[in-house]
Write a protein that binds this ligand. Structure first.
Ligand SMILES: Nc1nc2c(c(=O)[nH]1)N[C@H]1C(S)=C(S)[C@@H](COP(=O)(O)O)O[C@H]1N2
Ligand SMILES: [Mo]
Length: 204
């Protein structure tokens, strides 16, 4: 069960428990997103992988198949590019790299467009998706994700600013050429490493 802790690997990669440069700490996690909260349709949720896949085929991964993956826990902060951070959140879910293994990219792929309900998307480097703390999260602080915080599944990339982690995640596209997601088109950085303060596109 999500959040029970039994059998889950808990780890917190240094220096993530600390406040990154240019951020201030808030205690309670705000709810922040563009547009409405999607209505839950548990029977209809699946995860789509398309674009430059290794076998050239798009695939759809069911929730049942994801539940067979090893569950892990990651303790990390959530860092919004508007400068607030919440530290020490416990996320439970599946490693993004395990999902990449289920439907891998072609060898030349370097970037991935991760997408959510209603067309929200963010571009991330494949190596950031393969990081050991990159998670498809289903629970926060041992409770299933609420609708407002992105349930049933959101992406958590603790080393990147939090717009790179879509709530209401629905899939990703392996890119063959440069594309930009929602915030990258609006002046934000394509890589967005928090500890290097990669906030804005003009820094690229
Ligand atoms: N689908 C979707 N995911 C999103 C966003 C969004 O607008 N749509 N906003 C991002 C931003 S900018 C932040 S700071 C975090 C906020 O997560 P929270 O509401 O759980 O605090 O969600 C990220 N994920
Ligand atoms: Mo944000």
């Amino acid at each position: 069960m999500a959040g029970s802790g039994d059998g889950a690997t808990a780890f917190s990669p240094d220096p993530l428990p600390m406040l990154p440069p240019g951020q201030h700490e808030v205690r309670d996690l705000p709810v922040m997103h563009y547009g409405p909260v999607p209505r839950r349709r548990p029977g209809r949720w699946d995860f789509r992988v398309d674009g430059a896949t290794a076998d050239g085929e798009a695939s759809t991964i069911s929730m049942t198949r994801l539940r067979h993956l090893t569950e892990v826990e990651v303790v990390a902060g959530l860092h919004c590019a508007t400068r607030w951070s919440v530290l020490g959140l416990t996320w439970t879910g599946w490693r993004a790299r395990d999902v990449v293994d289920l439907a891998p990219p072609r060898a030349d792929v370097e970037e991935v467009l991760v997408f959510a309900e209603f067309g929200y998307a963010a571009v991330v480097r494949l190596e950031d998706l393969l990081a050991p703390d990159a998670l498809l999260a289903t629970a926060l602080d041992h409770h299933p994700l609420t609708d407002e915080h992105g349930g049933p599944v959101r992406l958590i990339l603790p080393r990147l600013y939090s717009w790179k982690g879509p709530k209401w995640l629905r899939g990703w596209t392996y890119l063959e050429s440069h594309e930009r997601g929602f915030w990258e088109e609006r002046g934000y950085h394509r890589r967005a490493r928090v500890w290097d303060e990669e906030r804005y596109a003009y820094q690229e």
